[in-house]
Ligand binder design. Structure first.
Ligand SMILES: [Ca+2]
Ligand SMILES: [Ca+2]
Length: 193
């Protein structure tokens, strides 16, 4: 955002510089407003804040738990929005490799406030926006989610997984991960009991 701030200041300055030619008494006022504009531009940069969407649950080896629209039992990832506003995930990045953060760019998917989105990690993007360009290894690998600006919303590395068990945060969006044999794809993880 420093670039945006600088650009705004330059526009304000050139506008003020143009004024003496057409007006008379307002030049001083406009000059004094330039620093004010600078600080308000900094304020508008603040909304690039901590993302409210996290990876909430995932299953790296799905044999019988849930099938996608095509009937395939693909690996899946559940996202959760713990914020109080819906988030448009267009342009967000999701990956199974921290060294390759832009592996998949999410399409037109909105996650409601307090809502869940289920993504299929089947390396079959032709099946729709909820299908990702990678699969999850049952032997363990990375999983990460980034905003379009590259801010890490979530980054984790997991160990080998058991078929039909998921790894989930308890409670939703919480810091504690646990393996469960009662997966809840697309719905609240509950309290883990
Ligand atoms: Ca993978
Ligand atoms: Ca869940």
């Amino acid at each position: 955002m420093p670039f945006k701030t600088t650009l705004f200041a330059l526009i304000a300055l050139s506008f003020a510089a143009a004024l003496p030619g057409c007006g008379d008494k307002e030049t001083t006022t406009d000059d004094s407003e330039v620093p004010t504009d600078d600080s308000s531009a900094d304020d508008t940069a603040t909304p690039v804040e901590t993302p409210t969407v996290v990876i909430n649950e995932f299953m790296a080896s799905n044999a019988t738990i849930i099938a996608d629209a095509e009937g395939g039992y693909a690996d899946w990832i559940e996202l959760y929005n713990g914020g109080d506003a819906a988030v448009d995930l267009s342009g967000w990045f999701i990956t199974d490799d921290l060294a390759s953060p832009e592996k998949h760019v999410l399409g037109a998917i909105t996650i409601e406030a307090g809502g869940y989105v289920l993504l299929w990690a089947d390396d079959d993007i032709l099946d729709g926006d909820d299908h990702l360009a990678f699969k999850l290894s049952g032997d363990g690998e990375d999983l990460a989610l980034y905003t379009p600006e590259g801010v890490a919303a979530d980054e984790l590395t997991y160990q080998a997984q058991t078929t039909d068990q998921s790894a989930a945060r308890f409670p939703d969006g919480g810091e504690t991960w646990a393996i469960t044999d009662a997966p809840t794809p697309g719905a609240s993880n509950g309290d883990g009991t």
